[in-house]
Ligand binder design. Structure first.
Ligand code: GTP
Length: 194
């Protein structure tokens, strides 16, 4: 499945992806240039199905906006990340939702993620506010910390389950889901192997 991670610069998008794919955290992680890509294959609890997640980590800086929209096509899930200690990053989520609505497919899963929960004493966005925004936009909501890894695995497990559920009967995915193989995105095939 193709998963695109969006949000303002510095909210912790790369840190979430790195925590999940490598179980590492870098306190001085440098800003992403354009788009970064990582893969993790997981086995779902209960069903035992194996699912390959293609994680597209985008740059939050304004100057990369036009490049990023070109990656929206054929995306199965969007993760909108804000920093719970930065109100501006939360307010800007509306803009990201608007952008995605313009460019991406109808059938998709969306998550709102409030990151940096370990800095609770500096909180500027309450859990209730996050939940309300998510409910209004029919998104799942979770608060995480890439630093402590709080709820990172849980979020991706839950996302993978929802993806399998939503796309199980989709001809593009159904046969490979039952075999535990997810097809390589044709665009990725080209860029990875040439
Ligand atoms: P861009 O690449 O510029 O879009 O930023 P980003 O959203 O990918 O943020 P990044 O992961 O680079 O993290 C920015 C800074 O926040 C880094 O110094 C991270 O170490 C820090 N950071 C990320 N996640 C957390 C977290 O959960 N808690 C704390 N305390 N710091 C975090």
């Amino acid at each position: 499945f193709k998963i695109v991670v969006l949000g303002e610069s510095g909210v912790g998008k790369s840190s979430i992806v790195i925590r999940y794919s490598e179980n590492q955290f870098y306190p001085d992680h440098i800003s992403t240039i354009g788009v970064d890509f990582r893969v993790r294959t997981i086995t779902l609890h209960r069903t035992g199905k194996r699912v390959k997640l293609h994680l597209w980590d985008t740059a939050g800086q304004e100057r990369f906006r036009s490049i990023i929209t070109t990656y929206y096509r054929e995306t199965n899930a969007f993760l909108y990340v804000y920093d719970v200690t930065n109100r501006y990053s939360f307010l800007k989520i509306q803009d990201w939702l608007h952008e995605v609505n313009k460019y991406s497919p109808e059938k998709r899963i969306e998550y709102l993620i409030g990151n940096k929960l370990d800095e609770k004493e500096s909180r500027q966005v309450s859990q209730e506010e996050g939940q309300t925004l998510a409910t209004q936009n029919k998104m799942s909501f979770i608060e995480t910390s890439a630093k402590t890894s709080f709820q990172i695995d849980l979020m991706f497990q839950s996302l993978a389950l929802q993806l399998v559920h939503l796309f199980e009967n989709d001809p593009k995915f159904s046969s490979s889901i039952s075999k535990g193989i997810v097809p390589i995105h044709s665009k990725w095939k080209q860029s990875c192997c040439t």
